[in-house]
Design a protein around this ligand. Structure first.
Ligand code: BEZ
Ligand code: FE
Length: 304
């Protein structure tokens, strides 16, 4: 059984206090000789915060061992296809905090959000108006927009990577058959415009069959993410944007996104069209419904 240190804690006398302070000071000083000043700053600050946390909750030895076992399990389940450390960072909000620290708002530039573990290099290239589904199931969704800089100039030739799960809530890499589906890249035209067919996003749980899922369970939190479509946009001399768009009206936005990725500015209208409604590019979708959305992307200058 876990010891509830807070319930049994006695007041800490000045002698213990001084001992604990001394240890922090000694460990901090052990990094004084670090040649790289940034590494020194990071290690010393980490030491102060870690010790402050241990002292704040009066961490028991049993809890410390549980933490070590937990991190060991996170390492053991991590491989080329499964990144449990990224999941851990995401559900603790550490990924979003790092993004907040590193992506200062700049003159209307599009907000960034969490990268997640499902991006794959070398996704196929599609032409403008092409389809990213590659056999993934779901409601077809026409996505269009522009890429501009913060002065409103169109960005021609911007590389747009897009990826999303199928209607069952799984990314291609979560299947064992090496399929490539629900992902692609394309380039903006000379006027900075882009368009493609994707799938209307659906809510899905982040992988929760491992230690991070167990932790969420223990604290009564849901693993479900609000419906979204991932983008990564790169262009010369402009800040790379990693983001997603979310579906206006998705109840999961109110319920809460398990990795804290939702930003108001990234919630977009996805309007659903009845079967037979003419599509923007004349594609015949037979008796299927389809949706459309617009996402105009503004890139900040590199280095701001
Ligand atoms: C994702 O959106 O793909 C994702 C983000 C964080 C954790 C797991 C998945
Ligand atoms: Fe995702």
């Amino acid at each position: 059984m876990t010891t509830h240190a807070a319930d049994t804690a006695e007041p800490i006398g000045p002698q213990r206090q001084a001992l604990e302070d001394d240890l922090v000071a000694t460990v901090v000083a052990s990094f004084d000789g670090t040649a790289d000043p940034r590494l020194r700053q990071v290690m010393q600050s980490l030491t102060r915060h870690l010790h402050a946390f241990i002292r704040d909750v009066r961490l028991t030895e049993e809890e410390w061992n549980t933490a070590i076992e937990f991190l060991t399990a996170v390492g053991h389940i991590t491989d080329d296809r499964r990144q449990e450390f990224v999941l851990l960072s995401d559900v603790l909000g550490a990924s979003m905090q790092t993004i907040a620290v590193n992506n200062r708002a700049h003159k209307g530039a599009t907000d960034a959000t969490v990268f997640g573990p499902f991006f794959v290099d070398d996704a196929p290239e599609i032409p403008l108006g092409g389809d990213i589904a590659g056999g993934a199931s779901g409601q077809p969704c026409w996505v269009e927009g522009t890429v501009t800089d913060t002065d409103g100039n169109p960005v021609a030739g911007a590389r747009i990577e897009v990826w999303e799960c199928d209607e069952d809530g799984f990314y291609d890499v979560q299947y064992t058959d090496d399929r490539i589906a629900g992902r692609a890249h394309l380039f903006t035209d000379d006027t900075g415009r882009y368009r493609f067919w994707g799938l209307t996003p659906v809510p899905y749980p982040i992988p929760h069959d491992g230690p991070v899922g167990k932790m969420l369970d223990a604290v009564g939190r849901s693993p479900v993410r609000a419906s979204h479509l991932h983008f990564m946009v790169t262009a010369e001399n402009l800040r790379t944007l990693v983001t997603h768009i979310f579906v206006d009206g998705d109840p999961q936005i109110e319920i809460g996104d398990s990795v804290f990725g939702v930003k108001e500015s990234l919630i977009k209208e996805f309007s659903v069209r009845a079967p037979g409604t003419p599509t923007p590019d004349g594609r015949d979708l037979g008796d299927r419904t389809w949706a459309r959305t617009r996402f105009d992307i503004v890139l900040a200058p590199a280095g701001v």
